[in-house]
Ligand binder design. Structure first.
Ligand code: MG
Length: 173
């Protein structure tokens, strides 16, 4: 059985992942409004991934016979100064998510809840990738800064990003 503390913390994480989804959806809409359809697509894929993260935690709570309680989702900003600003905030946000996931793993360790540790290990690896991809995007956008044609080409490239179902969902559903 999950400890009450871990149950509540994972339930809060469901909300945090849905908030992340909401944040990236807002960035996608703002990018679209600014004329960057490729950037909008990149953030839309990010939005889909965050919904999947929430689903993975929901499935996990269900599988442990622990009830999911959906909490209100806080509002998000609706516009950003620039595309670069969006990716910088993405990195800052993902660093916060990493610390939330680490906190869950610390609780699972204290509980000696090995099934939860296993599930959280997937998220620990995922956060390394999330931070790396945000850093890569910052580097890429900075390298075309002030170059309209470069930004146009980058936007075209980002339009090709596709959503892939994360492995825990590919087998769980
Ligand atoms: Mg996430």
């Amino acid at each position: 059985m999950l400890s009450t503390r871990l149950h509540n913390a994972i339930n809060a994480q469901v909300n945090a992942e849905l908030w992340s989804a909401y944040l990236y959806l807002a960035m996608s809409l703002d990018a679209e409004a600014k004329g960057y359809k490729g950037v909008a697509n990149w953030f839309y894929v990010q939005f889909q991934e965050e919904q999947a993260h929430a689903r993975i935690f929901m499935n996990y709570l269900n599988s442990r016979d622990a009830k999911v309680e959906l909490l209100p989702i806080e509002g998000v900003p609706s516009s950003w100064e620039s595309v670069l600003d969006m990716f910088k905030q993405t990195l800052e946000h993902e660093k916060k998510v990493t610390s939330l996931i680490n906190n869950l793993a610390a609780i699972a360790n204290e509980d000696r809840d090995f099934a939860s540790i296993n599930r959280l290990n997937w998220f620990i690896d995922e956060q390394v990738e999330e931070e790396e991809s945000a850093r890569d995007m910052i580097f890429t956008v900075e390298s075309v800064e002030g170059d309209k044609y470069g930004m146009y080409m980058l936007d075209k490239e980002l339009a090709a990003r596709v959503y892939n179902v994360p492995s825990p969902l590919a087998t769980a559903e």
